[in-house]
Ligand binder design. Sequence first.
Ligand SMILES: [Mg+2]
Length: 370
Amino acid sequence: MVCSSFGDSISTMTDRKKIIHIDMDAFYASVEQLDNPELAGKPVIVGGRPDSRGVVAACSYEARRFGIRSAMPCAHAFKRCPEAIFVRPRMARYKEISDQVMKIFLRYTDMVEPMSLDEAYLDVTENIQKQPSATLLAREICKTIYDETGLTASAGVSCTKFVAKIASDLNKPNGVSVIEPDRVEDFLAALPIGKFHGIGKVTERKMLNLNIKTGADLRRCSRIELAEYFGKNGNFFYDIVRGRDPRPVRTSRVRKSIGSERTLKEDTVDLSEISQLLEALVKKISAVMQDRDISGKTITLKVRYSDFTTITRSVSCKTEISSVPEILACLPDLLNKTEAGTRPIRLVGVSASNLVPHTQRKPRQLLLPF
Ligand SMILES: [Mg+2]
């Protein structure tokens, strides 16, 4: 582990947060190797079968040496490494270990925001150990995870979520990276634009066209210029490149979205087939929402075309919705904004976000006919 101390220098500055981003290393694949020692040291791929249309959900570091990555089609992964061992995911087991890891976090701080089964942000500005050094805490947390689960994790330490997250990736696996507050600006200046939070493929292309390649280039743009090019996101970009990331670690355990997606058996342009599948997905997410007593304001349709280009189309409703007919009613407009029916599709998904628990929901105005 490479570490430097990050503690006292900022403990006097009350406006600075100490954030740790922890990310388990090759989580699903590592769990498989842990539970089945025969897989240790071998290229392991968790996901679909090699002859299926599924994708790689996770792969061991041994498999990564062959150029295999998450989200790659299993058939491609098989071509790259025919001797790889393909394993079906066991989500219940991953969830079990994830719960164990989340409980470890809570021994250090109650400001924990899980992002997925294998990833969480911890705000340790104030922590139970009263340890002023976030670096030492990060090291200790990773060691505890290893001692108690047998799995390694990597950690990033900084003063914002965004920089902590990037840092956790710098020294993987089993490493702690620290970007001290006084290094944040230089670090961001050197960062390629595509790595910035909130800059996806489309925005990246737009920025490259404007000759914005790094954080330093982005810094040269004024707030007004950025607002002009990127709308309200421009403001966020202006701040984040200066190390200002206003997003707090949110401890609420309410999920941010509820969704479901499925790969079709064969690519299709058949709209009725797509609609049927969407209806099944809507029934599924509506059942989860009613079960959790939650409604959503935004419905998002995801479409992946046969060439793996993936797009999403969203609509925000006036009121929170959760029933099958309400969600279904959003879909025709969203589908119209895709090339469904003309361009072959391999996957569709639906999700609801902007979730509100029913207990917090404002009473709905009943629409009574006169
Ligand atoms: Mg991970």
